[in-house]
Design a protein around this ligand. Sequence first.
Ligand code: EPZ
Length: 420
Amino acid sequence: MDSLLIRGGVPLHGEVTISGAKNAVLPIMAATLLTPEPCVIRRVPELSDVKFMARILTSLGAKVEMEDGTVTVQARKLKPVGNYDLIRKMRGSICILGPLLARQRQAKVSLPGGCVIGTRPIDLHLKGMRDLGAKLTIENGYVHAEAPRLIGADIFLGGRAGPTVLGTANVMMAAVLAEGVTTIESAACEPEVVDLAFFLNKMGARIVGAGGPTITINGVKELHGAKHEVIPDRIEAATFAIAAVVTNGEIQINGARPDHLHAVLDKLREAGVKVERKGLTMTVSRGKQLKPVDITTLPYAGFPTDAQAQMMVLMALTPGLGIITERIFESRFMHVSELARLGADIGIEGPSAIVKGGRKLSGAPVMASDLRASAALVLAGMAAEGKTQVNRIYHLDRGYEKIDDKLRRLGARIERVEEE
Ligand code: EPZ
């Protein structure tokens, strides 16, 4: 198993180009199941989650080709059941449920387990499918779904923590081939949902309102193939912006969508960070003096929970007290104890982390627990004096394309080594 060995204390300088968004490409790959015709998806990042999804589509009978950032999928004929183990292992695969149900009027999908950041139920996904007329049972770890007919309906998808991103995607993909009109209320507004709707409309769907809390879908009889380039990864862009600040360097970030990052850029500016925008290019540096800020993670367009851990590193280095409140996932502070190994002073009070910032960090062996926690440990390792070894970086490879190469090109002293 790989780990990353980092020798910190080097300010990062140079340019980085942002890859395609993991959280857009996974549901878009699932959407290709909605048509027997070929679909071509470009700017697909080389990630283990993407490879997983490709194996899942193949296990369902689709032909999948991946080359140089382009994925071509043709799901001419489909099997009702995909590979249990593959699907169980990757939460994002739950979004094959909607397309399978819409195309085949039946589906058998393994229930995604919880993960370290939370229990992550799928009750809202199932509610949406039931509202469209599907019969659903859960047996032997599978969701069994059947719907001789899917009929458009008014569906409220708001839950304990607000809207659901993949739930909105799943129900949208089931509704595109339903009879009549579906309205999704309290829909997720994330850019990844908008990108999926954009792709589905290219396939011949009739969706309006994506990006807002009310999405209206006029069902159609069938969909055709389409070509699409996925949006850039806003969380990768946020991670590199914070990397510039915590290493006291300056990075020009190319190919991002700054308009998807308002909440992050606003908080960075409030913290005293210098952000210069020219078109789609952003140049980020520490600015004169960092100031502590408070953050509450919220559904889009609020501050993204996927940038919470990275922002905690910046606050740990900033003199003063900052409070981070996690409102989306109930246990997304696994990185706190690992950051403490590097010398950070962070306490947890219920849904909030109290960050007493300004301490110098010093290198140590640390353990990644999930995707964004691992990114935070890499940032902290680059800011710390001495050597840091980040173990279990398979988490990182799930969501960041060649991050150690990209960081090395910016001057980081980072290498991939066998875990001891
Ligand atoms: C997506 O997960 C992203 N994953 C997550 O990114 C991201 O953190 C999350 O949205 C929130 O922005 C992908 O797109 C593959 P949710 P998703 O359903 O859709 C509760 C990363 O690091 N909920 O919007 O699974 C749920 O427990 C990952 O890239 C229900 O209660 O998240 C959570 O508290 C991590 N019932 C909240 O809603 C449901 O049926 C939001 O979850 C569904 C969700």
